[in-house]
Design a protein around this ligand. Structure first.
Ligand SMILES: Cc1cc2nc3c(=O)[nH]c(=O)nc-3n(C[C@H](O)[C@H](O)[C@H](O)COP(=O)(O)O)c2cc1C
Length: 135
């Protein structure tokens, strides 16, 4: 749904399962979005620990976003999204976050559209700042 929202707005996203993604290729992307569920006490699932550490090492000019599913019956709703958000805010240009309860609904399609719009706006703003700095 998130990838579709970016396509609808003219972007060309590549989507990977984290275990199929070569972390050394992160630096090839203009924008990196992380999608995660939350595990146990609001934790990041084990499969995403390597990605979390690799994102911490990225250039401060990388535009990022994080989205994920969770369940409000747990004390730390979408805690993994919050943990990524805090790190990405400190280490990258964090554009937007999105939390979805359980299965995405039709309304969440609209929220994915707003998420994509915020990310792409932040990216075009960053591009403008960089070209002004280089001219
Ligand atoms: C053992 C277990 C622990 C979970 N812990 C949390 C949690 O701490 N916070 C949260 O928001 N969701 C928690 N969840 C909910 C999962 O994140 C949820 O299943 C998922 O976001 C919905 O995606 P799914 O449809 O792929 O299961 C937990 C689920 C399980 C099974």
């Amino acid at each position: 749904m998130v990838a579709d929202a970016f396509v609808r707005q003219g972007a060309e996203p590549d989507a990977f399962r984290v275990k199929e993604f070569d972390l050394t290729k992160l630096c090839r992307y203009d924008i990196v979005l992380v999608g995660t569920y939350t595990w146990m006490n609001g934790d990041i699932p084990k499969q995403l620990h390597g990605l979390f550490e690799a994102m911490e090492q990225q250039d401060k000019t990388l535009v990022t976003g994080v989205f994920g599913t969770g369940d409000r019956c747990f004390a730390t709703y979408c805690g993994a999204v919050d943990l990524f958000r805090d790190m990405l805010h400190a280490k990258t240009i964090l554009a937007a976050t999105l939390k979805v309860e359980q299965m995405p609904s039709a309304d969440d399609r609209k929220r994915c559209g707003a998420f994509a719009e915020s990310v792409l706006m932040k990216y075009s703003h960053r591009k403008g700042m960089l070209s002004a700095a280089n001219s």
